[in-house]
Each structure stands twice: as C-alpha cells, then as structure tokens.
Design a protein around this ligand. Structure first.
Ligand code: AMP
Ligand code: ZN
Length: 440
C-alpha cells in the first residue's frame, strides 16, 4: 500500500548509529554480559570452563564465535530459574512460551529489561507510523505469551492510546476498531486476514468507516502474498515484527515502511547466521539458522541462543536511514516446531500427552490445515485393540480426555480422531508425523 505515514524514527541516536560505533558498543556490552553469565549462571560458567574460556577471552564481537550455544532444551533443563542472572528481588516479570515437552519455558525480566524491551517495541511502533496521536489495538494474547504485553508496553512508551483487546471475539474486535477509531492493529497475520475478510463480508468499506493506517503483524511465518491481501482488505501498510520469548519477545526485529526486511535492534541483541549442521558462522547474505546473543539483558541473558529459525541477514543500507541490519522473512525451521494459531507446538509435547492416556497407542499423525484463515489441528491417534472394542460412549470419553489433556499442555484445542489399531502408516526411517496442508 502506498499510503505512507509520516516517517519518524523513535531513537535516531541508536537506530541510525554509525556501524563502527555500534561495533564498539556491542563489544563493550558483550564483555559485560559474558562476565554476568560467568559469575551468576553455573551452566554458562561450566560450559565456558569446558572450552577453556574465561570472560577475559571475549573482547570484541569477533570473539562471539568462541562462546557456547544455548538451546531451548537448556531452558527446559534449567527450568524454572536456573538461567536467571539477577537476584530474585530484581526480577519483576515472568513471561513464557511452549517448551519441547509438557513444561513451558520461562523468562525473567528486571525493571531495566522491561524498559529495554519496551524501547525495542516503541521503535517498531514508530516505524509503523505510530505516535502519541495514534490509537493502537493490541489483539495479541495477553498473559504469559509475550505478544500482548510486549506490544502494549511499546505502544504505551510511544504515548499512544492503547486498547488492550487481547485475542478472540472477532465481532467485538471489529466493533471496537470502528467505534474507537483504531489506527494501528497488532495481531498475528493469520488473524489479521480473518478480521479483514470478516470486515469485508460485513460490507464495511474501511475508507469510509475505519481510521486504520497500519498493522504490526508477527509471531508466526507469513508471506508477501498475505501482506498484499491484508493491505487490500484494510487499506493499510502491513508490517512484520519478529521476536521470541527467550530473547525478549516481539521487537527483536521490526520492519520499516520500506518493507524490505526487519531491522534487528542491534544495540540490544547481536544476530548471527550459522550453518545449522557445522555450527560455523556464515557471512551476511547467506541463508542459515538465526542465533542471538542478548547484550543488555539482566534477568535472563542468553549467549548464542539457537532460534532454529531459518533466514538471511542484509547489512546493506536501508532507505529509511536506520543502520541496523535487516533480517529477511523466516522461511522455515531446522526443527519440527509448528506454529498453530500463533502458539508454538512440538510433536514431542503431543506425544508426551498421548503416552499417558490409557487406551491409545503412541502412533499418531498431526494434520494441520487453515480454514477461514484459522489454523486447525487434527490429532489422529490409534486406539489399542482393547479400547477399540469399547462402546461409543467409551470412545467419546477417551476423545474428551485426550482433548482436555492436550489443551492443558499445548494450550490449544485440537480435533481428535481415533483410528483403528495399526492404521497409521509405519515408517522404516524417521517417522513422518506431520502433514501441514496450510498454503502460506
Ligand atoms: P514465542 O517465543 O512463543 O513468541 O515464539 C517465537 C517463535 O515464533 C520464533 O522463534 C519464530 O519461529 C516465530 N515467529 C515470531 N515472529 C515471527 C515472524 N514475524 N515471522 C515468522 N516467525 C515468527
Ligand atoms: Zn529501513
């Protein structure tokens, strides 16, 4: 959409910093965070010692490559507080996300961490044209998920009028959008598409009845085609925002109105691209796995966190004037994590539920689809010979039990399809358990 809003930059001194100066700032902050981890987090101290490293060996960003990696499983193993690097009295917030099995992963923030995270999101809001005159509707979920509170804090920092809608209730979302005169909508791209389609089905012409100018959409992968469609439906600029709980939440990177990749907030995080197999760092422009080191976080800093998201970094100058590198859209993952309705789901989580249900065998298939712009998950699972001969009401009880247990572990409702014993195809190699029919 060409309807461009006034181009402001939230923090020019940081966002347009000379890259040499940025490198120095990053090196200084990296030294401090490595020291902090070494002193406060036994896991990091032990891993550095195992590599024969002391904090004094890490002098500049070039030394980053010597540091150990961090994986999501480390957050699971150290759950809940093992990776915290600040004393309990300084932690003012917990946020969380899905882990690889039953337990979530949690992140702790100090007051300064919340300040910095808000600053990162404020930059994204400003890049989308948000000011203290804006009315911003936050339709990401509020709670442990970082989306709702993250966008809320960033929009508040800009001084906008924030409407904390949280997710769901489409009719009410659209009513508030119209009545209150929302200018910027923040939600997942798939929900934006659904809202837009519903709006048009209701015969609303956004030019006449809405005040919408932009959208800040993220938390799941989307495409240029989806962008175009959302922009047409609402007549807005639709911008991408990226983040993850382990690093801060949304706002790790954000798109400017050039719509040519997301600027990484490099004064707070250092991005790297690595070859996911050899784990060697790759130069800018190569496609690989994105890795982040946080350099200002106090509560739960991360050294070389492997996101398993696949993308590219671009360090060429951007027409907007920001000097931070841009990351391309996420094109895939190096693991089997699915994002369903904005929620991270690992097949291993589902498996951990199924193995604990009497009457089903651990043979299952996950079928994901997108109906009316909404993701649907179907779990097909084999029942045991014994349960198979049960009554209809017995089967219904089993279905309900799985549904409830799954809901409590992955936080999503799934359709459960019980199938006869030995009907899920057996594989000779790696089991293929996922059929993703979504056309992104
Ligand atoms: P969570 O910690 O629950 O917010 O999940 C973080 C993950 O969501 C990331 O590692 C990505 O896989 C995905 N994600 C977040 N934002 C985006 C985005 N803009 N595009 C694609 N994937 C995203
Ligand atoms: Zn830019």
């Amino acid at each position: 959409m060409a309807r461009q809003t006034e181009r402001r930059i939230w923090n020019k001194a940081a966002e347009c910093m000379d890259r040499e100066q940025l490198r120095e700032l990053q090196s200084e902050r990296l030294r401090a965070v490595v020291q902090r981890e070494y002193e406060n987090v036994p896991m990091y101290r032990e891993r550095m010692q195992a590599k024969g490293l002391t904090p004094f060996d890490i002098r500049t960003v070039d030394d980053l490559r010597y540091l150990p990696f961090t994986e999501k499983t480390d957050l699971r193993d150290q759950y809940p507080y093992g990776l915290f690097a600040a004393p309990r009295q300084e932690i003012v917030r917990i946020q969380g996300s899905s882990g690889t099995t039953g337990k979530p992963i949690v992140a702790g923030y100090t007051a300064r961490d919340i300040e910095n995270w808000s600053e990162m999101v404020a930059r994204a809001v400003t890049a989308a044209g948000g000011t203290n005159e804006s009315i911003i509707q936050v339709t990401y979920g509020y709670g442990l998920f970082t989306g709702g509170l993250g966008l809320h804090q960033g929009a508040s920092k800009v001084g906008a009028q924030v409407i904390p809608m949280s997710s769901g209730n489409t009719a009410r979302q659209l009513m508030m959008m119209e009545d209150l005169g929302t200018n910027i909508l923040c939600c997942t791209p798939s929900y934006a598409l659904f809202l837009g389609e519903t709006l048009r089905e209701n015969g609303v012409n956004p030019k006449e009845r809405l005040q919408m100018k932009a959208g800040i959409f993220g938390a799941e992968p989307w495409t240029e085609e989806m962008r175009q469609r959302i922009e047409e439906l609402f007549e807005i600029d639709a911008l991408d925002i990226y983040g993850l709980t382990e690093i801060a939440g949304p706002g790790v990177a954000f798109e400017c109105l050039e719509k040519h990749g997301m600027h990484v907030n490099e004064d707070h995080v250092i991005p790297e691209i690595i070859d996911p197999v050899t784990e060697e760092p790759l130069p800018y422009g190569s496609k690989g796995e994105l890795v982040f080191t946080t350099i200002t976080k106090e509560g739960m800093p991360m050294l070389r966190y492997r996101t398993h998201d696949i993308c590219q970094l671009d360090a060429t100058p951007c027409a907007c004037g920001r000097t931070f590198v841009r990351m391309a859209r996420i094109t895939g993952r190096t693991d089997d994590m699915l994002i369903i309705r904005g929620v991270n789901v690992f097949p291993s989580q589902i498996e951990s539920v199924l193995v604990n249900v009497k009457g089903v065998a651990p043979h299952y298939m996950l079928v994901v689809d997108r109906v009316n712009a909404t993701d649907q998950l179907e779990v097909q699972v084999e029942v045991t010979e014994e349960a198979f001969s049960d009554t209809v009401s017995g089967m219904e009880r089993l279905t309900r039990e799985i549904q409830e247990k799954l809901k409590s572990v992955i936080g999503l409702s799934a359709r459960i399809k019980l199938v006869a014993p030995k009907t899920i195809p057996r594989s000779e190699g790696k089991a293929k358990r996922i059929v993703d029919n979504r056309k992104l």
